[in-house]
Design a protein around this ligand. Sequence first.
Ligand code: HEC
Length: 145
Amino acid sequence: MTAHLLVFGSALVCAATLTTRATGATDAPMRQTAPRWTIPATAAEEKNPLPVNAATLAGGKRLYDQKCQNCHGAAGKGDGPDADTKYADTMDLTQAARAARNSDGQVFYKIWNGRLNPKMPAQSADMTRDQVWAVVAYVQSLRQK
Ligand code: HEC
């Protein structure tokens, strides 16, 4: 039953994604990066739909290494070669103190929508939702408890 609903939900999400992409294609190559974090109010409650297991974490790490570590650093400390040192603190994904503002759902929308200043590229055009959720699982595993 639950699995059934999930499948149905994914189909809807896919349809929505395709629509967004079609619209976005007109203003390419501009990325759809929002000026600030765009995070729905319900995000704090949103749970990762993927099982957080070794396979998910390994997939998330692969994507992180390709797309995130240049800014956030190999261990998530905010010290990658492209990091703006002014934001070293907010870019440190390992801090326990910043966990409350980075629930799974909130992290998902930060990655999905990006932000303009300070700049973090939106991934909605480059990754599927499941890929982003895999990255969410991985970066949450870097955070100190
Ligand atoms: C071009 C550099 C850049 C890239 C690439 C990048 N980020 Fe970021 N990220 C930032 C900056 C800058 C901030 C801090 C924004 C702020 O101060 O609010 C940030 C903030 C974040 C935050 C919020 C941290 C907090 O405590 O509020 C998360 C989570 C995050 N990034 C995850 C990722 C992931 C995962 C990826 C790869 C898919 C990624 N970022 C790619 C620059 C980047």
